[in-house]
Design a protein. Structure first.
Length: 266
């Protein structure tokens, strides 16, 4: 097991990078933020653009930092952009692999708002962490976009597994709204799941209609690696079908490609 202290201040996690940039997705798109990328992810999204984040570094690896060490790196990255604190987006990898670190980070982050970008696969970890975070960006997954997960028998693998998780994911997200936080949902639309209609997303849309109407819904067409390349026409056609299906259910979809790729920044 990777090191994890009982005191959240001491809990460590493998830190891959800290950098200041602009939020490229979701509710806070365009906002100057400091990004803190943790290593380790048990999921295997076929469209993942951070595959280097998948491995979990061995215990004792020099990449492990405490929350306090991480916040020093955040302050350093902020200083390079002008010495003003920015919101911190914790991303990965899958940050929920490190709940003690995430909680510890909240206790040393000062006035900086904390944002969590996650697939929400570990509901217990999500429930523990959310109360000390300001914003949840929840990436709802389609099983067809995933290869089998790695690292545990309890990990969601099938469409039925994800369908079973989703109501509690959405309940946690809406509870976060009720206690004054913000939360949004992201659906990635890929060529693999492009059927020129919304059929691949029906179960998710039904759950959102039932349990998450108040959650802003961002539809993210899989972005070409090269921003000069046009979006895949199948993906765009599917987007239209998905938007129509979301509107029919009283949801408020917004189509938002990954802006950081358009800007050519991290
Ligand atoms: S959850 Fe995120 S880091 Fe993990 S495979 Fe999917 S896109 Fe990549």
């Amino acid at each position: 097991m990777p090191p994890s202290g009982s005191n959240p201040h001491d809990a460590s996690a493998p830190l891959l990078e800290v950098f200041a940039s602009y939020q490229g997705e979701g509710l806070f798109v365009g906002q100057p933020q400091t990004f803190l990328r943790l290593g380790g992810c048990p999921l295997r999204c076929r469209y993942c653009d951070t595959k280097h984040s998948w491995p979990v570094a061995a215990a004792g690896d020099e990449s492990y930092v405490t929350p306090f060490q991480a916040i020093l790196q955040v302050a350093s990255a902020e200083w390079a952009q002008g010495p003003l604190p920015r919101p911190i987006s914790v991303t990965g990898g899958e940050p929920l692999m490190w709940p003690d670190f995430l909680i510890g980070l909240a206790s040393v982050a000062g006035e900086r708002p904390l944002h969590l970008e996650t697939a929400g696969h570990d509901l217990d970890a999500l429930e523990r962490v959310l109360p000390v975070y300001d914003h949840l960006s929840l990436d709802l997954k389609l099983a067809d976009d995933l290869a089998p997960p790695v690292g545990g028998v309890d990990l969601p693998a099938t469409a039925a597994d994800w369908d079973a998780l989703r109501p509690r994911q959405l309940n946690l997200a809406t509870a976060h709204l009720k206690r004054g936080g913000t939360a949004s949902i992201k659906l990635v639309v890929t060529k693999a799941t492009s059927t020129h209609d919304s059929s691949a997303f029906e179960a998710i849309l039904d759950d959102l209609e039932r349990l998450g109407k108040e959650l802003p819904l961002f539809l993210a067409p899989e972005s070409p690696r090269d921003p000069r390349v046009a979006f895949d026409p199948d993906v765009l056609a599917s987007m239209d079908g998905l938007v129509a299906a979301a509107l029919e259910r009283g949801l408020s979809p917004r189509v938002l490609p990954q802006m950081h790729r358009t800007l050519g920044v991290r």
